[in-house]
Ligand binder design. Structure first.
Ligand code: NAD
Ligand code: DAU
Length: 330
């Protein structure tokens, strides 16, 4: 099968491209190469590469020529950046999704749209996990944009009969994640003796999903999902401070590096997903967060300084200053 993987130079997309290519599928990547896109993520992956924007119908038509399916990973994906500047999130995560759907509609392609548990918003402690029927209550410009993309998918299925599906995954971890997100930021800062800036009390809870388990779920949905359906992909729930303590253990960093700083505005306290629908399709996770998953991830960052160190310069420094300088100043 010839498959268009949009956002395939990013974290999860590059793992997905590697997974499909290893099975002999023909992988075509369309990626705008924003700050988060990195062709080095694909250096061991057989693929055809197109640099371009999913919101540009011509770039999409060119890259999708001859493809039978689109798997859409392309997105602005960081909550904190969406608070600093929401506009780009609407453009890529909502308008870009619509351009891909329009292409799928006119060319009769299957499309899997990769979305997130954040569209359901906060889940109070003790409340049941979200099913695919739970209401959408996004809190951040990022999650609102992702919800907007999801609703475009739902509308294209209902109105035009497009063969599209949605996955909603939990916080994903593993190798090749840009070092702005919680785990790679804290792991690499710990190696360098830099502050570990915990937002607020650090009692927020996230579900941690290994990138290979997330990609296996998306592949299953691509191959066996029922047209028009939505599938949650859950992880293992942990409190942020517990994760920080594990990172200190695994890196051997000084606990004094931990600093509680001003909280993220609108910060969701907890996410929780019910993924029984996906399990009924045949998915089960193979990786355990505490039973080796986090340890293996820390080991990867320890062994691949040449991958992440160059990323922590230039644009990243400007972002880091804007995001953390005031928070970390005494
Ligand atoms: P990422 O930020 O690492 O990668 C995003 C990729 O999309 C980059 O390669 C970037 O260059 C590309 N891109 C951005 N705008 C584009 C555009 N307009 N046209 C073409 N390419 C563009 O993101 P990620 O963490 O790999 O997430 C991938 C997808 O999975 C996103 O849709 C995200 O919302 C979703 N998701 C992520 C997580 C997570 O924890 N990382 C969890 C659930 C869902
Ligand atoms: O839940 C799925 C989502 O997970 C994806 O849709 C997003 O693309 C992905 O970025 C992620 O969103 P989060 O906001 O949950 O992830 P982040 O890594 O930014 O933060 C995880 C938790 O750690 C959250 O409670 C905020 C906290 N945090 C994060 C950073 C960057 C800190 O305490 N300090 C930090 O410096």
């Amino acid at each position: 099968m010839r498959i268009l993987v949009t956002g395939g130079a990013g974290f999860i997309g590059s793992h997905f491209a590697r997974r499909l290519a290893a099975q002999g599928e023909e992988v075509v990547v369309l990626d705008r190469l924003t700050y988060a896109g990195n062709r080095a993520n694909l250096e061991d992956v057989a693929h055809e590469f197109h640099q371009g924007d999913i919101a540009d119908p011509r770039a999409v038509a060119e890259a999708a020529a001859g493809c039978e399916a689109i798997v859409n990973f392309a997105a602005e994906s960081h909550v904190d950046r969406s608070i600093l500047g929401p506009a780009e999130f609407i453009r890529t995560d909502v308008m870009g999704a619509q351009v891909l759907l329009e292409h799928a509609r006119h060319n009769k392609l299957r499309m899997v749209h990769v979305s997130t548990d954040e569209v359901y918003g906060d889940v109070p402690l003790g409340a049941p996990a979200c099913t695919e029927e739970s209401p959408l209550r996004p809190s951040s410009p990022y999650s609102a944009s992702k919800a907007g993309g999801d609703l475009q998918v739902v509308a294209y299925v209902r109105t035009f009969g497009v063969d599209a599906l949605i996955t909603r995954g939990a916080n994903t971890y593993g190798s090749h994640q840009y070092p702005e997100k919680f785990l790679p930021l804290f792991i690499t800062n710990a190696f360098d003796g830099q502050p570990l800036p915990v937002y607020g009390d650090g009692r927020q809870r996230r579900e941690w999903l290994h990138v290979e388990d997330h990609c296996a779920a998306i592949e299953l949905v691509l191959r066996a999902g029922a047209s028009g359906e939505i599938y949650n992909v859950s992880g293992q729930e942990r409190e942020n401070m517990d994760v920080v303590r594990r990172i200190l253990d695994l890196t051997g960093a000084n606990p004094d590096l931990v600093q509680h700083v001003a909280d993220r505005p609108g910060h969701d306290r907890r996410y929780a997903l019910d993924s029984s629908k996906l399990r009924a399709l045949g998915w089960s996770p193979k990786h355990s967060f505490d039973g080796g998953g986090l340890e293996e991830t820390v080991a990867w960052y320890r062994g691949h300084r040449e991958w992440w160190e160059p990323l922590k310069s230039g644009e990243y420094r400007a972002y880091y200053e804007q995001q953390y300088a005031a928070r970390l100043s005494p």
